[in-house]
Design a protein around this ligand. Structure first.
Ligand code: ZN
Length: 202
């Protein structure tokens, strides 16, 4: 069980101090600054030097290891915030989209988020078997996307413009845009209402 690794009494990483590095940990989502881990060394004839900022870093929060080299980070940052009070199935698709982002699978992110938005719209009362754009319009017209998101909604609509059979590689920016949009919709419609009802019950 990978959960065992989180237990510091049970497992410890043997680590020395390496160059300090700030990064967002892919396991716990915290932005940490760590100087513990295993440095990458440059072995040149006559001398060995530390590769500044490269190596395996141990998270100061959850103590899990992350490999960092140039613009590679494994596991990567799971983009988007986690959202509370989201129904199980919706949550697992959203979390899968975030995980896909962390591995650089941006087309996968967009496809999962499209599926997610259609699922959310149905959960919020839209009819079955609509087209993606019609689900986005439904969310917008019923103000589930907030009242000042017109421009954002227009950008999200573009993800439905290509025919389903057409393969198009999505960029990191597109993946970020659609995850953030999903995060906002989930917060507005699941997390924030639950905070209000919790306060009413107190
Ligand atoms: Zn961590």
């Amino acid at each position: 069980m990978v959960e065992d690794l989180y237990d510091e009494d049970y497992n410890k990483w043997k680590s020395g101090n390496i160059m300090e590095k700030s990064y967002v940990c892919g396991y716990c989502g915290h932005e940490v600054s760590s100087d513990e881990g295993m440095p990458l060394l440059l072995d040149e004839p006559g001398h060995i030097t530390l590769q500044s900022g490269y190596g395996v870093y141990i998270c100061t929060h959850c103590h899990m290891p992350t490999f960092i080299y140039k613009d590679v980070q494994v596991p990567g940052n799971r983009y988007g915030a986690s959202v509370n009070n989201v129904p199980g199935e919706v949550k697992s698709v959203y979390e899968e989209a975030r995980s896909s982002f962390s591995t650089g699978s941006y087309t996968g992110v967009v496809l999962l988020c499209r599926k997610l938005l259609m699922h959310i719209a149905t959960d919020l009362g839209a009819r079955d078997n609509l087209r993606f754009i019609e689900y986005v319009d439904y969310l917008n017209e019923h103000h589930y996307a907030g009242v000042r998101s017109e421009q954002w909604v227009d950008q999200i609509r573009q993800f439905g413009n290509q025919a389903n059979h057409e393969i198009r590689i999505n960029t990191k920016e597109e993946a970020q845009r659609i995850i953030k949009f999903c995060e906002m919709i989930l917060k507005l419609n699941y997390e924030y209402p639950s905070i209000a009802s919790d306060e009413n019950n107190n």
